[in-house]
Design a protein around this ligand. Structure first.
Ligand code: FES
Ligand code: FE2
Length: 331
């Protein structure tokens, strides 16, 4: 199933800066290269003698292998030049294997096989009143579901985020209802961050209305409505980078509307820094959870009312697995 999911492989800004970038999905090594506004995701090794193409460079608007200088076109991966044999067409089997890829939310996305589900459409990302910044990728020993559940979990704030959010975060999680439609889950919760969160920055630190969204298997957002006005949206997504899915590369973005700097005096760079501090606290926990991936059954762990989202998410994940299994019988 995961071979048919869009996964982030790199920030657009990183590929744009270097032109060529290494990536990985489920243990398959990839090269990402970008010419103009066209990102290409291809197999990592040169079809000639197997050189690692992420060490190559862009030459004449193509990816150039650092070993014998063969060049590969953007978009198609077609071999366009063999410098040792300039007057002949490239030999058979000289093109790169190209994977489905797209750009969204400041990242390059790829899938190992034809993707089954579209990426979610976030209206904030299309709104010119919003500014976005993108966090650096972090590799963690933990499964996709552990990462997704941690990002949804409200009852850990008062413990894991004591430093970034301060000591007065509300501990009791109010009742909430999870809406589950198809592959998407939504719910809303008000949380009092105790007034010291985010360096005590006025309304950002008080009672916030959070709206949660998950698109299985792992695309998740949380939108905060700040007291007195202004909104932020944090988007989290992750890619399994080992074949067993137990090593994951975590990516994220944050957006704010123009009311946040106007009313609360926090710009997108500060908001990104705060969010990074919060994620850094989560990463310590995520690396130490066992089992490494969250179980899909409901009986092997203990649950409370505040974990409702987690059970519903596991159910939605299982539905996707089952839906996939019935659509594509095992060969
Ligand atoms: S290994 Fe890439 S050109 Fe020879
Ligand atoms: Fe957290």
């Amino acid at each position: 199933m995961l071979r048919h999911v869009w996964f982030p492989v790199a920030r657009v800004e990183d590929v744009a800066e270097t032109g060529v970038f290494g990536a990985n999905i489920l243990g398959e090594q990839l090269v990402v290269y970008r010419v103009g506004a066209v990102s290409t995701v291809a197999g990592a090794y040169c079809p000639h003698r197997g050189m690692t193409l992420s060490l190559g460079q862009l030459t004449q608007d193509c990816l150039e292998c650092p070993y014998h200088g063969w060049r590969f076109a953007p978009g198609t991966g077609a071999c366009t030049a063999v410098p040792s044999l300039p007057d002949r067409p490239p030999p058979p089997r000289s093109d790169l294997r190209v994977y489905p890829s797209t750009e969204a939310y400041g990242h390059v996305w790829a899938a190992l096989e034809t993707p089954e589900l579209d990426l979610p459409d976030l209206p904030e990302a299309r709104d010119p009143d919003w500014r976005f910044a993108h966090g650096g990728p972090t590799d963690l020993t933990c499964g996709l579901r552990q990462i997704t559940e941690n990002f949804r979990d409200m009852s850990h704030f008062a413990f894991v985020h004591r430093v970034s959010m301060g000591p007065n975060v509300q501990q009791v999680v109010d009742p909430y209802r999870v809406e589950h439609g198809g592959t998407e889950l939504r719910w809303a919760l008000d949380v009092d961050l105790g007034g010291t969160a985010l360096s005590g920055n006025s309304g950002l630190a008080g009672k916030q209305a959070f709206s949660f969204f998950v698109s299985v298997p792992m695309f998740a957002t949380v939108r905060a409505d700040f007291p007195g006005g202004g909104h932020s949206l944090v988007i989290q997504f992750a890619t399994p980078i080992s074949a067993d899915g137990l090593r994951v590369r975590h990516f994220w973005s944050i957006g704010i509307d123009s009311a946040v700097p106007e009313l609360h005096g926090a710009d997108i760079a500060q908001m990104r820094q705060w969010e990074q501090e919060i994620f850094d606290e989560d990463f310590v926990i995520l690396d130490k959870l066992r089992p490494i991936e969250a179980p899909l059954d409901s009986h092997s762990q203990a649950h409370t009312r505040s974990d409702k989202f987690s059970l519903e998410y596991r159910r939605a994940y299982l539905e996707l697995v089952e839906r996939y299994a019935t659509r594509r019988p095992a060969a």
